[in-house]
Design a binder for this molecule. Structure first.
Ligand code: ATP
Ligand code: RIB
Length: 301
């Protein structure tokens, strides 16, 4: 359906170790887990799979190691139809995320950046030539990589979406002029010092994010509350779609991929955010990260 759009994702590629338990242990406590398993993850790779499943011609730019996890993750991206010519395999070790998942579907994640922290900023920016129609970046790589890729894309008129995960106070001032800046609640707190708990706090946080990033739109992902859109003058809340929550991991990645592609297609930020909410509600109803992304048939029916 959206096959004619080309997208690039610069970001992390992780093996996710999912550890399931009724509740996570307190300090010094020992609890029994119910099951564990491995899944394809990393914020960058999840968003690349999200875009590819929705029909975009998608290129992944990142780094793994030529170890077993690296080979598995690259094979998975290829099987999803993602172009991996921008992924180098000379990292010291492939990234890994240990995800503690409780009975309510809530997670706590420990990330081992490894190869993701070894991406070269100039090499990554070179992979953005010729310019794609759409660029997605996240904060699970080094700040200089994100800065150099966003600046290259903005200079070339590429529709650029910055997903601010995980929570870090990156220098938004060094990457001005993106189309959309999109943090979740904890990322908003890290970037503004404000937790977006009520309408007033959401508005204040959006104003700060807008001033710092000069992004055209700020979109806050608000979990079960849906999202909020700020265009510099007006704040709009879009409610989430009700669903049974199994695992919230990568809901934000799924939201960002679906929102970005819909924005590229229509130029309508409200329709795009509604699509993000729809996609996010599908992702939370499934276990895993990249594997929980919806297909075009599921999302656009
Ligand atoms: P993660 O870091 O786990 O990938 P996130 O914290 O970045 O996720 P959230 O804000 O939790 O992202 O969720 C992203 C989007 O997914 C929300 O804006 C909403 O559209 C959808 N979503 C999340 N939780 C729920 C829920 N309980 N019910 C319905 N939709 C949800
Ligand atoms: O956003 C979800 C992702 O964050 C997981 O796949 C995990 O790899 C962590 O980086």
């Amino acid at each position: 359906m959206y096959r004619h759009f080309s997208a690039a994702v610069v970001g992390s590629i992780n093996m996710d170790l999912i550890l399931r338990m009724d509740r996570v242990p307190e300090t010094g406590e020992n609890v029994l887990g119910s099951s564990y398993g491995y899944a394809n993850g990393g914020k960058g790779a999840n968003q690349a799979v999200g875009l590819a499943r929705l029909g975009a011609k998608t290129k992944m730019i990142g780094k793994v190691c030529a170890d077993e996890n690296g080979r598995t993750l690259l094979a998975h991206l290829l099987a999803e139809g993602v172009d991996v010519s921008g992924v180098s395999t000379d990292g010291s070790q492939t990234g890994l995320a240990a995800i503690l998942l409780d009975g309510a579907g809530k997670n706590r994640i420990v990330v081992f950046e490894c190869a993701n922290a070894e991406i070269d900023p100039e090499a990554a920016a070179r992979c953005l030539l010729p310019p794609p129609d759409l660029l997605l970046v996240q904060f699970e790589t080094r700040e200089d990589v994100v800065v150099s890729c966003v600046n290259e894309a903005v200079k070339n008129g590429v529709t650029t979406v910055i997903d601010c995960g995980p929570a870090k106070n990156f220098a938004l001032e060094k990457m001005p002029g993106a189309d959309i800046l999109s943090p979740n609640e904890s990322e908003t707190l890290a970037l503004t010092g404000i937790y977006p708990s009520d309408d007033g706090a959401v508005r204040k946080a959006c104003e700060i994010l807008s001033a710092r990033s000069k992004a055209r739109y700020v979109v806050l992902k608000l979990g079960a509350r849906g999202c909020a859109v700020w265009d510099g003058r007006r704040l709009q809340f879009l409610p989430a779609y009700e669903t049974k929550v199994v695992d919230t991991t990568a809901a934000g990645d799924c939201f960002t991929a679906a929102m970005a592609l819909e924005y590229k297609r229509t130029g309508d930020i409200i329709a795009a955010c509604d699509m993000g909410n729809r996609a996010g509600s599908i992702a939370v109803s499934r276990l895993g990260a990249a594997d929980s992304m919806p297909t075009a048939e599921e999302l656009y029916k």
